[in-house]
Design a binder for this molecule. Sequence first.
Ligand code: GCU
Ligand code: CA
Length: 385
Amino acid sequence: MAATAAFALATQLAIANAHASPAPHAAAGPAGAQAGTSYTAAEVLAGVKKNSTAANQVNTKPHINTMTRAQNVNVYQVATGVYAYSSGMAIDDDGSDPDPDPDHQGDTTFHDSNGKALAAHHVPFFVLGDDCWDRKTPCPHFFYKEHGMSGRQFALMFYNGKVIGSIFGDTQTANDQTTSDNDSRELGEASVKAAQLLGIPSSGTTGGVDNGVTVVMFSGPSWVVNGANADLNNNAQALVQKALDTLGAAMAGTNPPPGGTLFEAESGTLSAGGTFDDNHSGFTGTGFANTANAAGAYVDIPVTVSAAGTKTLTIRYSDGTSGARPATISVNGTSHGTLDFPVTADWDTWSTVSISVPLNAGANTIRIAGTTSGGAANIDSVTVS
Ligand code: GCU
Ligand code: CA
């Protein structure tokens, strides 16, 4: 098949797939992780900042930075059902001696799956207002009950180049409680454990940081984290990459194949034992190459360019195992090195790796050969740009 025809067919099938599956802009639930690229913390944080615009602002009256008391904190819906704010961090050490918080309540609003108060030294949690301070509906502030959030709701927390998973664990005292100097408009309090994981001084009396913490909250029941106090930290961290990928894809809108001229792996040939499969979703064209699980197993993909020159090959692949599937990239029989092909969230999640290689005018053969006993990752396509 001519390259142009193959590309047109791939485009049609990609559109057909989009109609058959949930809309790419659907709520960023785990199902949204159909989209395929693996995102870094820096990429997602940049997207969050970019989407923190006036048009996406949820609150109409400002929240209070719980450290500086400045009324300059806003909450933005950065993707459907995903809410972000940046503030300082004050340290909540509820339920934990011997480092008492001046406002120590001895208990958290929400509990672990066994009904025990959350342990601030063990569970990374963040704190939101207990009520709508203005007692209005809809609330002029971000009030979690109006946004599909409940206890143990998952959030990503970013600070100083780090990202962690955390859960909604406690609330700022409600407006109807007059005995406290707390204020339900405050944003930025989080547990000792959250501070420790982010490298923020974690003392309940002297710890915290004035600014620079970004909390990105994922609403909906599928983002509620379950577990006992002893497990909740691990369970939250286990969701971090999925949350980065889901949000990264939601903010990118879709998961388009990379720009350039695309050549489907299924137009190529496989070494012994390989098959062209379609039993995982998210591929372009009619399927993907599944090489045999053996060192040296390869797929050869024909690639045509009009003029000779150094080009970037972007290989779209999936590796749903727990280990990378390194593969050597050869062009017309000459090796140009080995790429790592890091793991993706599952076999339905696609990522890309790139390499710069010289191509001849006209036909070329790209060989992707696994170097380990697993063979190559599943290969969807090669794009030349
Ligand atoms: C699974 C998966 C395949 C993949 C294979 C592998 O069987 O369904 O698509 O190619 O693992 O480990 O290579
Ligand atoms: Ca395989």
